[in-house]
Design a protein around this ligand. Structure first.
Ligand SMILES: Nc1ncnc2c1ncn2[C@@H]1O[C@H](COP(=O)(O)OP(=O)(O)OP(=O)(O)O)[C@@H](O)[C@H]1O
Ligand SMILES: [Mg+2]
Length: 243
């Protein structure tokens, strides 16, 4: 897929979260967004998801401009799979119901179709044994895998991840990252905000470094990580890779 930001600005109160971001991201399959806390990564992801509207500027996905009217945004959101840091599963529903419900309520599938779709995905991703459990009865890694299955069940055009492993311990982190690598291997397009530099380098083909409300640097991941030139990025990598 391909992305284009044209003078994108987003303000929260007096705080400028993104400032006049103008950039063409060339064809990619997996895009990583990295950078310090508070820099604007989530804001950028939410703009791509159509969950926020920019004050100024616009963005294009595959050369198609994302309009800001509610109808266009709703239609847009339905075509994207999103997975955020906190699992956001409904606690009173089983894992399977968590996937089935949006398929029926939001995407208009019949109960039968939704159950078939969800059931097949649970089997395929080794979650079959967990289908009837509620989120509280699952580990963090399992919950997050259910959240990812929920995102792919809608057959999204692409997937957005916002620090999907930041609430997990190392073993569960690996489990979820393996899952994302598998999805990438299937040829799915994805955009991932991550603090895990090793993962960003391994999984992404292109990378944006966002800090202070701007895309400070960007490039093919292999090159950007091997030979960072932007002093802010050099500094950031030195800091996060120290331990
Ligand atoms: N809904 C909001 N209301 C007010 N300020 C916000 C809101 N969302 C984000 N901000 C502010 O905008 C700035 C950018 O936030 P954002 O969440 O995009 O950063 P981030 O790069 O994702 O950080 P982190 O790595 O900590 O998740 C921050 O200073 C944040 O406090
Ligand atoms: Mg964030």
């Amino acid at each position: 897929m391909q992305l284009e930001f044209c003078g994108l600005s987003k303000q929260f109160g007096v705080h400028q979260a993104l400032r006049d971001v103008t950039l063409t991201v060339p064809e990619f399959q997996a895009l990583a967004i990295i950078g310090p806390s508070g820099g604007g990564k989530t804001t950028l992801l939410r703009l791509i998801a159509g969950l926020e509207i920019p004050e100024k500027g616009h963005l294009c996905i595959n050369s198609q401009r994302l309009e800001s009217d509610e109808e266009a945004l709703l239609a847009h959101r339905r075509t994207i799979g999103t997975v955020f840091q906190a699992y956001n599963l409904f606690p009173h529903l089983t894992a399977l119901e968590n996937v089935v419900l949006p398929l029926v309520k939001v995407h208009g599938l019949s109960e039968r179709e939704a159950l078939d779709t969800a059931g097949a995905l649970f089997e395929r991703f080794q979650l079959g044994g967990h289908a009837q459990r509620r989120p509280a009865e699952l580990s963090g890694g399992q919950q997050q895998r259910v959240a990812i299955v929920r995102a792919i069940a809608i057959k999204p055009r692409f997937l957005l991840f916002d620090e999907p492993t930041s609430a997990l311990d190392p073993e569960m982190t690996a489990e979820v990252l393996d899952f994302i690598v598998e999805l990438r291997g299937e040829g799915r397009d994805l955009i991932i905000v991550t603090h895990n530099m090793g993962f960003a380098r391994e999984v992404s083909d292109y990378c944006l470094f966002v800090a202070d409300g701007e895309v400070q640097d960007s490039g093919h991941s292999s090159e950007l990580f091997r030979n960072p030139r932007n002093p802010l990025l050099v500094n950031f990598l030195a800091k996060v890779l120290r331990y």
